[in-house]
Design a binder for this molecule. Structure first.
Ligand SMILES: Nc1nc2c(ncn2[C@@H]2O[C@H](COP(=O)(O)OP(=O)(O)OP(=O)(O)O)[C@@H](O)[C@H]2O)c(=O)[nH]1
Length: 525
């Protein structure tokens, strides 16, 4: 094996190993880093998506719940209003019937008054019951007090019944009662003579406070309101309560004309009433021209949801911030680890290179670049062992430069060194097989081990080297041949043990002596 080739291969192998190791580690870390960043981003996006979905879902649920609650409330209020009007109307129907059957002339007013007072005891919604004749004069009331000289012909409901031949119930705008002084809703019916002429009016008044106490107990939220209206737009009651608007007509306001034509409906109304979005729920009382409307500000309805959403968003932001910090920390740690491992690998590679260099130096002769004597000793042992095991021959050449002392003396030590290098190169190039090995034995002496070679083969190699050295024609004025030459002693054998190996060297050395005595520049056995 050629030393140069081995060193080059060794160096390449080291570089390759370093590249592979470093490349593998770096290659592994990059995906880990990318995966960490992706994981953090994915977790953040997923959390945001889940939160967004649940917030949208919760908002829809909240609105649906509010719509259902509004519908239920409006229907309940409509039922309650229907009952109160129904009660008042039932009483009126019986009063009108009694008066029309008995006729004014036969009518026992005292008994009528007692009857009215009794009915009042069981009807808490009513403020009072009244009967007027065709001139508006008070005939009987449930209050039972003196009403001499009183006349209600000026009231709207009286004028209505006087002029309209409508036998149905009439519900009027709220008025302040003349006996009670409180706000009431007038419910009235027309009384007729047997021939159909107008005979008077029966009136029941329902206390506004009866509705007001119920409406004001409702939780409508900021901006929420509930109102009872007649179909012509007259406002019977609105909560929050304001006495000044009782009886006013709101037919032209959006909250009235937005009411559905159906008996009841609940819907979302955007930016029509006051620029805000409202939930509007409306129900009509089937038998009477009255409707209940509930209006809620959607923003107020969603206040609870908004608070929860804010907290959830805040929590999400904290979570994302935490994830980012964690991700940043992991990536930084990966960077630090990567740097440290890089430094470690680089240091290790340097150490290995230095080790190789040291090992090389330990076995290589610094001047000639051939193996040194220490390596030669090891190689000799190895080859003797192998040859004795295989029963194959091996040969040893001992080489010595002729008249080298004179050369040094004439040309100087440096020139002597150069001659040593030139001879070493000639020896190295004279070797044919990869197993052949040349070493500097010491001073101007060299040794060559030729495994699996007999004496004939050894002679060929020896001659090749000798001729090659001479052919270099290094001038040597103090040599009879005029150029630098070498003498070679050689010996070949099939060794049986280590002693045989040592003997081969001794035999080669003796052959060298013979070559010297034979006149030098020759190979001897
Ligand atoms: N320049 C140089 N000279 C060396 C080195 N090693 C040994 N020498 C010289 O080699 C010479 C060997 O001389 P000798 O042993 O007398 O042999 P010779 O002069 O070659 O005579 P023969 O071997 O009989 O032909 C000595 O003068 C050593 O100083 C070296 O590394 N460099």
């Amino acid at each position: 094996m050629k030393r140069d080739g081995a060193a080059a291969l060794l160096r390449k192998e080291l570089e390759h190993r370093e590249d592979v190791r470093f490349g593998r580690l770096v290659g592994k870390r990059r995906p880990v880093r990318a995966a960490t960043v992706s994981l953090v981003l994915l977790a953040g996006i997923m959390a945001a998506a889940v939160l967004a979905w649940s917030l949208v879902h919760a908002r829809a649920l909240e609105l649906a719940r509010a719509r259902i609650a509004a519908t239920n409330t409006v229907l309940t209020l409509a039922n309650q209003a229907n009952s109160s009007f129904n009660v008042a109307d039932t009483v009126l129907v019986s009063l009108v019937d009694k008066i029309e059957v008995e006729g004014w002339s036969e009518l026992n007013v005292d008994r009528l008054r007692t009857l009215m007072a009794k009915q009042m005891e069981h009807l808490p919604a009513l403020q009072g019951l009244f009967v007027y004749d065709e001139t508006g004069r008070w005939i009987a009331t449930s209050a039972g007090r003196s009403y001499e000289g009183r006349n209600n012909a000026d009231r709207t409901y009286f004028q209505y019944h006087k002029h309209a031949r409508d036998r149905g119930v009439h519900i009027g705008s709220p008025i302040v009662g003349r006996t009670s002084g409180v706000w009431v809703v007038p419910v009235s019916r027309r009384i007729e003579h047997p021939d159909g002429r107008f005979a008077g009016v029966a009136l029941a008044t329902i206390k506004i406070d009866f509705y007001r106490s119920i409406y004001s107990s409702l939780e409508l939220g900021p901006g929420g309101q509930v109102m009872m209206t007649l179909n012509d737009g007259s406002l019977l009651l609105r909560s929050p309560f304001d006495a000044r608007e009782l009886g006013s007509n709101i037919a032209s306001t959006p909250s009235f004309f937005l009411q559905a034509k159906h008996d009841f409906a609940t819907r979302t109304v955007e930016a029509v009433i006051d620029g805000k979005t409202h939930i509007l729920s409306h129900a009509r009382i089937g038998a009477y021209p009255v409707g209940i409307t509930l209006l809620q500000d959607q923003k107020a309805v969603l206040a609870g949801w908004r608070h929860s959403a804010m907290f959830a968003c805040l929590a999400l932001l904290l979570l994302i911030a935490g994830l980012l910090l964690l991700g940043r920390r992991v990536v930084r740690q990966l960077d630090v680890r990567e740097q440290l491992e890089g430094e470690l690998l680089s240091t290790k590679a340097h150490l290995e290179t230095a080790n190789t260099a040291l090992s090389t130096m330990a076995y290589i002769d610094g001047l000639t670049d051939l193996f040194n004597r220490r390596y030669y000793e090891l190689a000799l042992q190895r080859e003797v062992g192998r040859a004795s095991r295989n029963g194959t021959p091996f040969a040893v050449l001992m080489l010595d430069i002729d008249y080298f002392k004179h050369y040094n003396d004439r040309y100087g030590h440096q020139a002597g060194d150069a001659a040593l290098v030139a001879v070493a190169q000639a020896i190295q190039r004279g070797l044919r097989r990869s197993g052949d090995l040349a070493a500097r034995y010491g001073g101007e002496e060299f040794v060559v081990i030729l495994p699996d070679t007999d004496l004939a083969g050894a002679r060929e190699v020896a001659e090749t080297i000798r001729v090659s050295v001479q052919a270099r024609a290094l001038p040597h004025a103090d040599s009879p041949l005029g150029v630098v030459t070498v003498s070679i002693g050689m010996h070949a054998t099939i060794p049986h043990d280590a002693e045989d190996g040592a003997n081969v060297v001794g035999q080669a050395d003796a052959a060298l002596y013979r070559a010297k005595t034979a006149g030098r520049n020759c190979a001897a056995t």
